[in-house]
Design a protein. Structure first.
Length: 149
């Protein structure tokens, strides 16, 4: 996950990420970081054990989200989340870990991808997220938060 972290911090530093949290918080924090500092931070965070977030969702919502995560929505042309993020949501390389992420954060990110061009490096996610309803976004986020590993 170091590569993903480095890419995201460099996106903030270059002001390529234009989402509100990016420019409100991360542009200023990242502008003075050196490449070595970014690599050090990436290594530090990659070495941390993921914390499990307690689920606030119903079993039905988590089950619906699991179906989307594992199978996608063929009628809408939405691939399974696991295709890129892995069967256990651990991510790899350019694709972030989703397992255990707080559902509210994932919902926010999917809505950013869906509604805006504020994350140009995530253009593939814009196409996918655009096809998801709000309920489907909430379901898949609930499942991702519930994944334990």
């Amino acid at each position: 996950m170091e590569a993903y972290f480095i890419a995201q911090v460099n996106g903030f530093k270059s002001q390529g990420r234009r989402d509100p949290a990016g420019f409100e918080y991360m542009w200023g924090l990242s502008r003075s970081l050196t490449s070595d500092q970014i690599k050090g931070l990436a290594a530090y965070y990659a070495a941390q054990q993921p914390a499990q977030q307690p689920s606030e969702s119903s079993a039905a919502q988590v089950a619906a989200g699991r179906s989307i995560f594992e199978n996608g929505l063929s009628a809408k042309g939405v691939p399974a989340c696991s295709t890129c993020h892995g069967s256990e949501g651990r991510g790899s390389g350019a694709f972030p870990r989703l397992a255990g992420q707080h559902a509210d954060y994932l919902i926010k990110q999917l809505l950013v991808f869906q509604r805006t061009d504020e994350r140009p490096e995530g253009s593939v996610m814009k196409v996918i997220a655009h096809e998801l309803s709000r309920a489907e976004i909430e379901d898949v986020a609930a499942y991702a938060q519930a994944i334990t590993n």
